[in-house]
Structures are given as structure tokens and as C-alpha cells.
Design a protein around this ligand. Structure first.
Ligand code: ADP
Ligand code: MG
Length: 224
């Protein structure tokens, strides 16, 4: 079976005014299989967000090949890319990006517009993530941990193949961190794949693979 993510010699250089070049990714090769929970740790500015944007089809690499579920997202039209993301990808952003004027369940349902069982799925996720008592709350009336769990539910509601998570526990206390990581680990147990990037090491214990990124260079630490 083809890998969920395949990167071959992927580099991303940002050209800056005055001819300066900033390295985002430097010759990154990575293959992630179905069911794998991969944790990438690296300091601020090391290329973590660049890596996720490149895999998600939002930022074309300067060179190299990227495929997700066997497809080259950069060869698709915008409409095809949108459909591909809706069918296969879930994003968890560091800053949540919840819609402020929608409540928790409405925000979750945004992750799967048009899906027949979206309401049922969303209610199941509310329960799993301990949000049942908060479903009517708008984001401004939620704690940070509740916002993060809502963002995670929105990424899961369409049952994607792959979740790309950018510092998903960055603002959370240990208890909420454990909840979020457990839900991601369960998602992988059920056959999904997760690529989580973080400046800390909180996910290393639960992950199947641990990698490190520094100045755009990705290195596998060890296969557990
Ligand atoms: P991280 O998520 O690990 O903090 P990023 O992937 O955001 O790191 O950034 C990696 C490097 O690329 C940093 O040096 C950053 O300043 C630079 N960078 C990121 N995005 C851009 C951009 N759009 N234009 C120019 N430089 C950028
Ligand atoms: Mg970042």
C-alpha cells in the first residue's frame, strides 16, 4: 500500500528582498504509513509549520516531490485540492482558528459540511472530548483547553486519513495535553495517521516515531 505521506528531497527556500534566502526545509525525505503517529520536535523557526503547510498543499516546495495518499497536491486544480483536503486531511492549528460567532457544535460541523452523519459524529466527539456541557458556547466563552479540543473535533469529524497538527498542545495544561494526545493516538489505532509538530517533547511517549527538525533538516531519532 502507498504511504500516507511521501516526501522526497523536499526543500523550501523563502526569497527575501535584497536577494537573501531563508531556508524553511532542507532536503527533507519522509515516508509516513497508515496508522502511524509521528512526532516532530524542533525549536521555534526550525521549519515545523513550513513542513505541515508543504504537506497540506498550501505551500509549494522549491524542489522535491510531495505526495499525500499517492496524490501530488501541487498537480491538482484549486477545486480538486479543496476536495482532496476535505476528503483526506484534517488540520489542527496552533491558534485554533475557530469561527468566533459560531458555537462549539457549529464549529465542529464546519469540518464536514454536507456529510450526512455530521451531527451524529460531532455529538460523539463532544462526548469523547469532554465538551458535551459546552456545545452551545461560543469560543470567547471557552477555556483555552476547550478551544483546542473543539479544533481537534473539527479536524476529526470528517474522519480524515491524516491529521496535521501544529503545536496542538502548545497552550494546554498537562491534563488537557494528555486528553488531546490520547485522542490522536486512538485515531491512529483506528488506522489514521498523525504528523504532529511541537517545540516540546510531550508527544514523544505516545508516538510510534520520533523525529527532530533543526534549520529545516529532519532527522529520525529512533524507531520505537
Ligand atoms: P517553526 O514553525 O518551526 O517555528 P517556520 O516553519 O514557521 O518555523 O519557519 C521556518 C523558517 O522560515 C524561519 O526562519 C522563518 O522565519 C522562515 N519563514 C517562515 N515563513 C516564511 C515566509 N512566508 N517568508 C519568509 N520566511 C519565512
Ligand atoms: Mg510554527
Amino acid at each position: 500500500m502507498e504511504p500516507t505521506i511521501s516526501l522526497t528531497q523536499v526543500s523550501k527556500h523563502y526569497s527575501m528582498p535584497g536577494g537573501r534566502n531563508v531556508v524553511g526545509l532542507d532536503e527533507v525525505s519522509l515516508s509516513v504509513d497508515r496508522g502511524q503517529f509521528v512526532s516532530v520536535q524542533g525549536p521555534s523557526g526550525s521549519g515545523k509549520t513550513t513542513l505541515l503547510l508543504t504537506i497540506g498543499g498550501m505551500q509549494r516546495p522549491t524542489s522535491g516531490q510531495v505526495t499525500v495518499a499517492g496524490r501530488d497536491l501541487y498537480a491538482l486544480s484549486h477545486a480538486e485540492q479543496t476536495k482532496f483536503r476535505a476528503d483526506h486531511l484534517g488540520f489542527v492549528f496552533q491558534m485554533f482558528h475557530l469561527v468566533p460567532y459560531l458555537n462549539v457544535i457549529e464549529n465542529i460541523c464546519l469540518g464536514a459540511i454536507g456529510q450526512a452523519d455530521v451531527q451524529e459524529q460531532a455529538e460523539g466527539l463532544l462526548d469523547r472530548l469532554g465538551l458535551t456541557d459546552r456545545w452551545q458556547h461560543k469560543p470567547s466563552h471557552l477555556s483555552v483547553g476547550e478551544c483546542q479540543r473543539t479544533a481537534l473535533a473539527r479536524a476529526l469529524v470528517a474522519r480524515p486519513d491524516l491529521i496535521l497538527a501544529d503545536e496542538p498542545t502548545g497552550n494546554l495544561d498537562p491534563e488537557n495535553t494528555a486528553v488531546v494526545l490520547k485522542v490522536l493516538a486512538d485515531f491512529c489505532q483506528e488506522g489514521g495517521s498523525v504528523l504532529l509538530v511541537t517545540h516540546g517533547q510531550e508527544a514523544h511517549g505516545l508516538a510510534d516515531r520520533r523525529l527532530q527538525i533543526e534549520k529545516g533538516r529532519l532527522e529520525e531519532l529512533n524507531v520505537l
